[in-house]
Design a binder for this molecule. Structure first.
Ligand code: MYR
Length: 185
């Protein structure tokens, strides 16, 4: 019988992390599949995934701020970088890049080349209109709303539709100034 070779702590953590990531990916896939069965129309599934993401995003921002030690961003450009580099890393285990800024710094693209949500995923022809990762657009919209930024988040590229990357366009619609709690006399 082959001897049992104990693995180092790091190796065990790495494999637990990988199993967790796979379980997360498969669970998300099962949710999408169930929504497709229940709602039938892919448009409705897109809406539902976005709404689920929004509900996650409005809660997740507290955990993000508590764990990341990120201080207040000076503008939307910095916020987008924080989402791509720190937020995606924290919750999805990958980093994204930010590009395609418009002239006034209110619209950009967050680009993901590696997306663990789509590991093992292949869409059948009947799901062509599906934005499988729509939960992510909702998460970003919800999280940003909690830090006073109203945004519109839309998919520009999607590897499940044959594109070479995942690209989310994030457009700042309105920034509600936070009220200073004390009155200056
Ligand atoms: C500030 O208060 O100015 C900082 C705002 C940072 C908001 C970051 C929101 C994190 C969203 C994480 C998205 C993860 C997607 C998987």
């Amino acid at each position: 019988m082959a001897p049992v070779i104990p693995r180092s702590g790091d190796a065990i953590f790495a494999s637990v992390e990988r199993v967790n990531a796979e379980l997360f990916t498969l669970t998300y896939g099962a949710i999408v599949r169930q929504l497709l069965t229940d709602l039938e129309e892919v448009e409705e599934v897109n809406k539902q995934l976005d709404q689920m993401g929004y509900n996650i995003g409005i809660r997740l921002v507290d955990e993000f701020l508590a764990k990341s030690n990120v201080s207040r961003c000076i503008d939307f450009k910095e916020t987008a970088e924080v989402i791509a580099k720190v937020g995606f890393k924290m919750f999805l285990g990958v980093t994204a890049s930010v590009s395609n800024w418009d002239a006034d710094g209110t619209c950009c693209s967050i680009i993901l080349e590696d997306n663990p949500l789509v590991d093992f995923v292949e869409l059948p022809d009947t799901c062509q209109g599906l934005y499988y990762c729509n939960v992510l657009s909702g998460v970003i919209r919800g999280a940003l709303e909690m830090v006073s930024m109203k945004t519109e988040v839309t998919w520009v590229r999607d590897m499940l539709r044959g594109d070479d990357a995942f690209e989310l366009q994030v457009k700042l619609l309105k920034q509600v100034p936070e009220e200073y709690p004390y009155k200056d006399d």
